[in-house]
Every structure is written in structure tokens, then in C-alpha cells.
Design a protein around this ligand. Structure first.
Ligand SMILES: [Zn+2]
Length: 314
């Protein structure tokens, strides 16, 4: 474990605001998030070093869903990819796209089929291999010197980065003059976190090293040479399910049980039947209320995730 200073203002003056264990049971350690007393940025401190972090991105992290869930998962992926494409098309309808933290590459695959030239960065071994299988131009490092991208996206990945400021500096070098950077990240200023704290689906310690609010993300972007064009709070892709899973985390024996079952077809295995017996009726009861409540939260700019669009200052 190593101690870090605030990434945004460099201050060493931060205090613990919440603690939680890794939702996958990968470690028994209780991880702590601190809030910077100077700028309000929230981050994991102390945190595992680079080698220790690898164990939290295990082989099944981007696993395959079960056969039953595959139909649901594939439909969801198509809808979510379409919604991401719509966010991009507000600015550009063709060109070169770089997705940083591209995971298993499904979104890049979708955009490539729509004539975009696609590139990805993925540091996890499991995600990297899945991108290679799809023949996506993927790299483990953000080194595209000499390239110039029209759109650069980070869908729920900046919160994973050891140094988001360094990543933004690198992005600044490869984003074209009229290019647009789209960042989607969990919102620590959300009602979900305010109410549920350690049960929040998007807390995901220690993988989510950085916990942004709109204010701190804007500060970081401005410091890195970007101008924020727009902020959006509604997200059908992340908010309704995030709220539902957060609520279920307060009463199911296993944390993120349905998420792990649906996405990876791999749960911790203990009390599987009990977890499932609690989860299935909860999904039916919670689906519609969670949908509406998450939109009310978003309307008041307190939804589970935020999207920021930015371009270079110069
Ligand atoms: Zn700070």
C-alpha cells in the first residue's frame, strides 16, 4: 500500500470519508477513500501499488455471461453502444476514434462496423486479449505519438487510472484541434452515494481509485488544458441499473451478486440459491421505481454517473 497526495491540487491534507472492502471478495482489506480538504477531490488513500492492483483485474473480470443472460446481455450491449454512438454523433459522424479503457472491445467493434477507424487502450490482460481476438488495434499503453483523433472516449475508465492528470496530458497530445473528449464517470456527488455510502455500486474499491464530482472533474480538465463544452447527467446505460444494484447490495448476502452473475456468469458461489431467491423478486419490484427515481436524481444533477464533453483550449 502506498500513500498519495491529491491528484488535482497536490495537497497532502485529506481526511477519510468512507471505507469498503473489494466487492469481489478479492481481498479482506478495508479500503479508505479520502476527501482533499483544499479542492474536494475524493480518492483511495492509501492504495495498492501497481503490482498489487493487478490481482483486482482477474481473468474473469471481462468474463462471458451465461447462455440465458447472453441474449439479454447482447441486446443491452447493442442499445448501450447505440446510446454511446448518439453522444458522439452530436459532434462528429465519422473519423478516428480512440477508446481508453476499452474493456473487451465491444463498443469499438460496433463503431468499426459504422466505418469509424477505431483504436483502443486496455491495460487489463483479460480485456486486451478479447480485443485482440476481435482484431481491434489495441495497445496496453497510451502511446499514439503522431496520431490525431477526432473523438477520444473514456466510458467509466478514468476513475480506474492511477494518475488521471497524466492520462489527460497524454490525451491532449493526440486529440485533434477540433476533436472532442467524452468522459463518462461515476458521480461521488450522487444521491446514491449520499444515501448508501459503502453499498454504492459505483464505489468499487480499490479499482475506482478516483471519485469525481462535476466540480473536481472540471478542475482536472481545466488544469490539463481542456475546456468543458457540456455536462450531462442522464444515463440509461448506467443509472437505473446502478441504483437497483446499490439497493440490492443492502440486503443480499453477496455484494453485486446479480451484476457478477449476469456479466461474468461467476459469483463467489456461497449461498447462491439464497442470493438468487432474494435477487429475482427484487429485480421485478425495483426495476420501474429505480428507473424513475434515477431520472429524478439525474434531473437534480445528482445521478449515479456524469458525462462531460471537452475540447482542447489551444
Ligand atoms: Zn486537492
Amino acid at each position: 500500500m502506498k500513500h498519495v497526495k491529491c491528484e488535482i491540487c497536490g495537497s497532502d491534507n485529506s481526511n477519510a470519508v468512507c471505507s469498503a472492502k473489494c466487492p469481489d471478495g478479492t481481498s479482506r482489506e478495508n479500503f479508505i477513500i479520502n476527501k482533499c480538504e483544499i479542492c474536494g477531490f475524493v480518492f483511495v488513500n492509501p492504495r495498492p501499488d501497481k503490482d498489487e492492483m493487478r490481482s483486482f483485474y482477474f481473468e474473469e473480470y471481462y468474463g462471458k455471461p451465461s447462455r440465458i443472460m447472453k441474449i439479454v446481455a447482447n441486446s443491452a450491449i447493442s442499445v448501450f453502444s447505440f446510446l454511446r454512438k448518439r453522444r458522439i454523433y452530436k459532434y462528429k459522424k465519422s473519423g478516428k476514434l480512440l477508446d481508453i479503457g476499452c474493456g473487451d472491445g465491444v463498443f469499438l467493434n460496433y463503431m468499426r462496423a459504422r466505418d469509424w477507424k477505431v483504436f483502443g487502450v486496455e491495460t487489463s490482460e483479460s480485456g486486451y486479449k478479447l480485443c485482440e481476438q476481435k482484431k481491434i488495434n489495441v495497445s496496453k499503453e497510451l502511446n499514439f505519438q503522431g496520431e490525431s483523433f477526432d473523438i477520444i472516449t473514456l466510458w467509466q475508465s478514468l476513475e480506474h487510472m492511477e494518475s488521471p492528470a497524466r492520462v489527460l496530458r497524454e490525451i491532449h497530445k493526440v486529440l485533434s484541434e477540433n476533436g472532442v473528449l467524452i468522459i463518462s464517470a461515476p458521480n461521488i456527488n450522487s444521491m446514491e452515494y449520499a444515501i448508501f455510502k459503502k453499498f454504492w455500486f459505483h464505489l468499487d474499491l480499490p479499482r475506482h481509485l478516483n471519485h469525481f464530482s462535476v466540480a473536481t472533474l472540471k478542475k482536472l480538465l481545466q488544469k490539463s488544458g481542456f475546456k468543458v463544452l457540456k455536462t450531462e447527467h442522464c444515463s440509461f446505460e448506467y443509472n437505473p441499473y446502478g441504483l437497483m444494484q446499490t439497493i440490492m447490495n443492502t440486503f443480499t448476502p453477496e455484494f453485486n451478486f446479480f451484476y457478477k452473475f449476469a456479466k461474468r456468469n461467476k459469483t463467489q458461489g456461497k449461498k447462491f440459491i439464497l442470493n438468487m431467491a432474494i435477487t429475482l423478486p427484487s429485480l421485478i419490484i425495483l426495476a420501474i421505481p429505480a428507473f424513475f427515481i434515477s431520472y429524478v436524481f439525474s434531473f437534480f444533477k445528482r445521478g449515479g454517473v456524469v458525462h462531460l464533453y471537452a475540447k482542447k483550449n489551444s
